[in-house]
Design a binder for this molecule. Structure first.
Ligand SMILES: Cc1cc2nc3c(=O)[nH]c(=O)nc-3n(C[C@H](O)[C@H](O)[C@H](O)COP(=O)(O)O)c2cc1C
Length: 309
């Protein structure tokens, strides 16, 4: 493949309950991911204390980077522009290298409390939130937004893009689905192209980019060389390296990653996460790595997942 159509920047998309600090560390070691984002931090009533930020992002104590040097942005979710701005300020004072604003979360409880994708219904509110947060922190610290194409339908997709751009966000990540489409295939990449046309900030394409073939199709439609990968990366940890033309991991190497994750949980006093997270990850990995599939099938039948690795 011609080098020029390889991606420029690959972001590890935030995934609550998946890409937590331990897994971010593992993915950072694998390499290929230019930046990462925390799971969303809900902002509802007050300025969150430092311990909350440190819990979501222990990387704050390392200049906002993983041990292997990947920057980790803090993602905030909420509907109150002032409060979000104050919390962004707090995060930056603690060492955050950037703030990402979540306007995509489809969860009913989140939406009912004026957070996530519900805000896509009001581009003026997106503008207000992004502007307030932008103004509250130093210019050199990026403020980005992550959106979907709309809430019920795609009618407001251009207004959404314009609102974020006019509020001077540093970039816009577009998950090419509406909230109603949840995670149903396909992602509608053509809307990324349309949104990109009306704004002049960088756009990060997101949704269903799980392979080189997907990336090339998405690139053909959007011209986007900057992408964010979520579930595809969970199922193929070396996805960023594959997209950048580097060597692929084999089953044994991926098995090692599962062990590294377990060690990190153990070190962090989070032993209770080892079994559920190992099961969760191996379910995603199984279809791509027969070795892992076989290994965990065996444990399932023995009902012994206490110490699976
Ligand atoms: C389990 C799960 C958790 C997610 N958590 C977040 C989150 O905390 N913040 C966010 O902006 N997006 C979140 N997302 C959305 C992803 O970042 C991404 O936009 C979506 O999965 C589409 O990309 P993909 O097809 O590469 O997975 C989550 C998605 C999943 C499946």
């Amino acid at each position: 493949m011609a080098k020029k159509i390889q991606p420029d920047k690959i972001f590890l998309a935030p995934m609550e309950g998946v890409f937590d600090p331990a897994l971010r560390e593992v993915y950072s070691k694998i390499g290929g991911y230019d930046s990462m984002t925390t799971e969303f931090i809900r902002v509802t009533q007050n300025i969150l204390p430092p311990k909350v930020f440190y819990k979501y992002s222990p990387e704050l104590k390392q200049q906002g980077q993983t041990k292997h040097g990947t920057p980790v942005y803090i993602q905030l979710l909420g509907g109150d522009a002032n409060l979000l701005a104050e919390n962004a300020q707090q995060a930056v004072e603690l060492g955050a290298p950037g703030i990402d604003l979540n306007f995509g979360c489809p969860a009913k409880t989140v939406n009912r409390h004026d957070g996530g994708s519900i805000l896509l219904k009001s581009p003026d509110r997106l503008f207000n939130i992004v502007s307030q947060v932008r103004k509250s922190i130093p210019k050199e610290i990026p403020v980005s937004a992550k959106v979907r194409l709309g809430f019920e339908n795609k009618d407001l997709h251009l207004e959404i893009a314009r609102a974020v751009s006019e509020a001077q966000a540093s970039w816009l990540t577009i998950h090419a689905r509406t909230k109603m489409e949840a995670y149903k295939k396909p992602a509608h990449w053509v809307y990324i192209a349309k949104m990109q046309e009306v704004i002049d900030i960088p756009v990060i394409a997101n949704g269903d980019i799980n392979s080189m073939e997907d990336y090339l199709k998405c690139y053909e439609i959007t011209g986007c060389k900057n992408i964010a990968v979520g579930r595809g990366a969970f199922a193929r940890p070396d996805l960023a390296n594959i997209l950048k033309g580097e060597l692929e991991y084999n089953g044994e190497q991926v098995m090692e990653l599962l062990k590294e994750m377990a060690v990190l949980y153990e070190r962090g006093g989070l032993q209770n996460k080892i079994t559920p997270r190992t099961k969760q990850w191996s379910r995603f990995l199984g279809p791509n790595y027969p070795l892992i599939h076989k290994f965990f099938e065996k444990y399932k039948t023995q009902h012994d997942v206490q110490n699976p690795i």
